[in-house]
Design a protein around this ligand. Structure first.
Ligand code: C2E
Ligand code: MG
Ligand code: MG
Ligand code: MG
Length: 286
């Protein structure tokens, strides 16, 4: 038991905090091996046209096939990866993997409905010198086209060094790469960045969608975001759609795209072609 009371900053010893810290240190060390030993995987979640039901794209979502802890989702390691900086390598790997995967799907089925892959980019990764070149090279190496790539950034990226970030976004845009604001509505930044930043897509956070049927306020908020996006010439993807009622409400507001468990959870790459094929709208199949 350590020093307590009003004098110092000592905390009573709490074994669960110690365990947590040890786990983070272990995770940090093991993440370097994860990359070298090929333990990272990518799952893909369909992004769907809410009117036709067609799968127009997929989002890449990283997983860690840990040798002893099993398959881990991002919540188990992304934060540690950010802190230690290894997120830069992880993100670069996911980017190359996702572009190569989309190129493979398109080569296997020239009539595929998959138009792009959406890739999450952490603020730290985006700010790493040479990021734009890394993207350019990843596209070329995969034999992909810039239009096949949508980069998902978060509002927090836009808070610091806005001029530099805007310049890099413009360079990416000039290449033909598109940019989305992920988890839109949950950040602290002011809406004015939407005028200054070259952004193409708003991804409305799941927390706004969750209660869209139960709460009049929530529905009004999402409706306002969809209208704002339309007026600014941005497209919208609603995240975390779990039931048909939510989908219908969103489609009724004119929200064009969505993703969520209603359509599909994230799946392994081998499952995507069959899913995409099954969801081709009936007129096109005839
Ligand atoms: P995100 O980018 O907002 O991705 C959406 C998350 O919501 C995914 O969780 C997805 O599986 C989950 N989701 C989708 N639809 C539903 C639904 O209907 N219900 C529920 N309950 N959840 C749904 P996941 O795969 O665990 O990823 C969590 C977060 O980790 C991502 O949130 C993203 O911020 C981060 N992440 C994932 N992959 C990467 C990556 O390659 N790089 C970086 N920097 N971050 C990543
Ligand atoms: Mg995302
Ligand atoms: Mg998101
Ligand atoms: Mg989210």
């Amino acid at each position: 038991q350590a020093k307590g009371g009003d004098k110092g900053t000592w905390q009573r010893y709490r074994p669960e905090l110690h365990t947590e810290m040890v786990k983070r240190l272990e995770t940090r060390a093991a993440l370097h091996e994860a990359i070298e030993d090929d333990q990272l995987r990518v799952m893909y979640q369909p992004i769907v046209d809410l009117h036709s039901g067609e799968i127009v794209a997929v989002e890449s979502l990283v997983r860690w096939q840990h040798p002893t802890r099993g398959l881990l989702g991002p919540y188990h390691f992304i934060e540690v990866a950010e802190e230690s900086g290894v997120i830069v390598e992880i993100g670069g790997w996911v980017l190359r993997e996702a572009l190569a995967q989309l190129a493979a799907w398109r080569a296997a089925d020239p009539a595929t409905t998959l138009r792009y892959v959406s890739v999450n980019v952490s603020a730290r990764q985006f700010r790493t010198p040479g990021f734009v070149d890394q993207v350019r090279r990843a596209i070329a190496d995969a034999g992909a086209r810039p239009e096949w790539l949508l980069l998902e950034i978060t509002e927090s990226l836009l808070l610091r060094d806005a001029d530099q970030v805007a310049a890099d976004l413009r360079t990416l845009r000039a290449l033909g790469v598109r940019i989305a604001i992920d988890d839109f509505g949950t950040g602290y930044s002011s809406l004015s960045y939407l005028r200054q930043m070259p952004v193409d897509v708003l991804k409305v956070d799941k927390s706004f969608i969750d209660d869209i049927l139960g709460s009049e306020q929530q529905r009004a908020l999402v409706d306002a975001i969809v209208t704002l996006a339309r007026n600014l010439d941005l497209t919208v993807v609603a995240e975390g759609i779990e039931d048909a009622g939510q989908r219908a409400a969103l489609a009724g507001m004119g929200c064009p795209y969505g993703q969520g468990y209603l359509f599909s959870k994230p799946v392994w790459p081998g499952e995507i072609p069959a899913l995409a094929h099954a969801m081709v709208p009936s007129p096109a199949r005839a």
